[in-house]
Design a protein around this ligand. Structure first.
Ligand code: ADP
Ligand code: MG
Length: 256
């Protein structure tokens, strides 16, 4: 096993509001980890640090590494994070697809990395690349929607396209922030099953934030739970004390 995500002493303060406090986390290749916690506990902030979208407080020992590459250190973004970004697929609650484009085109974007010229590039895709995009869509059960515009799809279908794009990108890690939060139970089940399938068959490491404990218990072997920016549980799902979490969840919601 080798470590694909390493977070050490990561803190993040927004105007005196401590969103993350001295978070240490390592994730090994091939794990499927649920990041749990009530609203405002720091789940999204942690994921944004992993994908290099934001930097933590300036603490000398703090660092984030992905696939052996430094993403940030002591609150400063590494000079070149393109490599780790290219190998990381991000899926969000609000579907981050391009509505005007077709399903196939959205998946093809996955092959481009982060070029700002994707509009031009779309015309130049080879037959082989299109075949690969179709295979990725087949994998998530969306091949027959290939030529349809994204705007015509349901939320669950859009999440499946976003997963296909990550497959096209040959992502080694998928970071999914509340991918099922706005889905009905049946669509949520399908999306979680696809994530588990690519985790198990392709060995893609998945970190998924969830606020429903039952999905975490059902689909992830490991749970990392946050409470007001600090880890309060990190271990096997079967060792997770649901009652304690429930109690905490309710007490925090009451304070809110
Ligand atoms: P979660 O995803 O678990 O609901 P977040 O990571 O979104 O939690 O937020 C953690 C804390 O950080 C919250 O108190 C939130 O208000 C605060 N926060 C998050 N992003 C920002 C921001 N861009 N500016 C100011 N405060 C923020
Ligand atoms: Mg969030």
């Amino acid at each position: 096993m080798h470590t694909v995500i390493r977070v050490e002493k990561l803190s993040k303060t927004f105007h005196h509001n401590r969103a993350l406090h001295a978070v240490d986390l390592t994730v090994e290749q091939g794990e499927m980890v649920a990041l749990l916690g009530p609203s405002g506990s720091g789940k999204s902030t942690l994921l944004r640090h992993l994908s290099g979208l934001t930097t933590g407080d300036n603490i000398p020992e703090s660092r984030v590494e992905l696939l052996g590459n430094t993403v940030q250190r002591a609150g400063r973004l590494a000079r070149d994070i393109r490599k780790s970004r290219a190998q990381t697929g991000c899926i969000f609650q609000q579907f981050n697809l391009v509505n005007r484009l077709t399903v196939l085109e959205n998946v093809l974007i996955g092959a481009l990395g982060s070029t700002p010229f994707w509009r031009t590039c779309l015309r130049w895709f080879s037959h082989a690349q299109k075949q690969r995009a179709l295979q990725a869509l087949t994998r998530v059960g969306m091949a027959h929607f290939a030529s349809q515009r994204v705007s015509t799809l349901s939320g669950g279908q859009q999440q499946r396209v976003a997963i296909a794009r990550a497959l096209m990108q040959q992502a080694k890690i998928i970071l999914a922030d509340e991918p099922i939060a706005s889905l009905d139970p049946e669509s949520a089940r399908i999306v979680m099953e696809i994530l588990r399938d690519i985790n198990q068959k392709d060995g893609i490491t998945v970190v998924v934030t969830l606020h429903q404990v039952d999905y975490a218990l059902r689909y992830c072997e490991r749970i990392v739970a946050l409470r007001q920016g600090q880890l309060f549980f990190d271990g096997a799902s079967h060792a997770f004390d649901n009652d304690r979490f429930d109690h905490l969840y309710r007490s925090i919601n009451r304070v809110d």
